[in-house]
Design a protein around this ligand. Structure first.
Ligand code: C2G
Length: 152
């Protein structure tokens, strides 16, 4: 049983996160994901839109993920790797080299990030939607809902 592990915030879950998790899952039999807690994200300087519970639930619902644990700090990786008998630790290559110190415990790999998408980019795009556009989107949704109700 080859055990793979990774960590992340996974806020506004997107295709870049999914690509990484599915590729890591392909490399072993069991994938464990450490999801950063809200408190740890404050330490990381990340302001999340989704709470830890919501982010952990989304990641845990994925077919390719077998277990989710909280990531409370930078230091827990060594202990986690030992406790969960991890064979392979993987991250996106924006972390290239940052976790090589774990190589005495398990194999360490960095996979290429999915280009052109990030949580930050999504937040910026969403922030640019003006209120009139949101109103039009809402009207459109309301008329779809009316049609659905009429068909019920
Ligand atoms: N990722 C990716 N492609 C993207 C965006 C993210 O492959 N377009 C990868 C990142 O490289 C990371 C994982 O998805 O491996 C999770 O990304 P984040 O949620 O941004 O996690 P991060 O803030 O990098 O936290 O101790 C490690 C940290 O908790 C990692």
């Amino acid at each position: 049983m080859k055990i793979v592990m990774t960590y992340g915030t996974f806020d506004l879950f997107h295709i870049g996160h999914l690509n990484l998790l599915e590729r890591l899952a392909e490399l072993g039999d069991k994938l464990i994901v450490g999801v950063s807690t809200d408190e740890f994200n404050q330490e990381k300087g990340k302001q999340c839109l989704y709470s830890y519970q919501e982010r952990a639930r989304i990641v845990g619902a994925l077919k390719c993920v077998d277990k989710v644990i909280p990531e409370n700090n930078w230091q827990q990786k060594q202990q986690d790797i030992i406790e969960h008998k991890v064979d392979l630790f993987g991250m996106g290559n924006d972390w290239q080299g940052k976790f090589d110190n774990l190589q005495d415990l398990c194999e360490v790999i960095y996979l290429s990030r999915t280009p052109t998408i990030s949580t930050t980019q999504l937040k910026l795009s969403l922030a640019k939607i003006d209120p009139q556009t949101i109103q039009k989107m809402k009207q459109g949704l309301d008329s779809v809902l009316d049609i659905v109700k009429a068909l019920e």
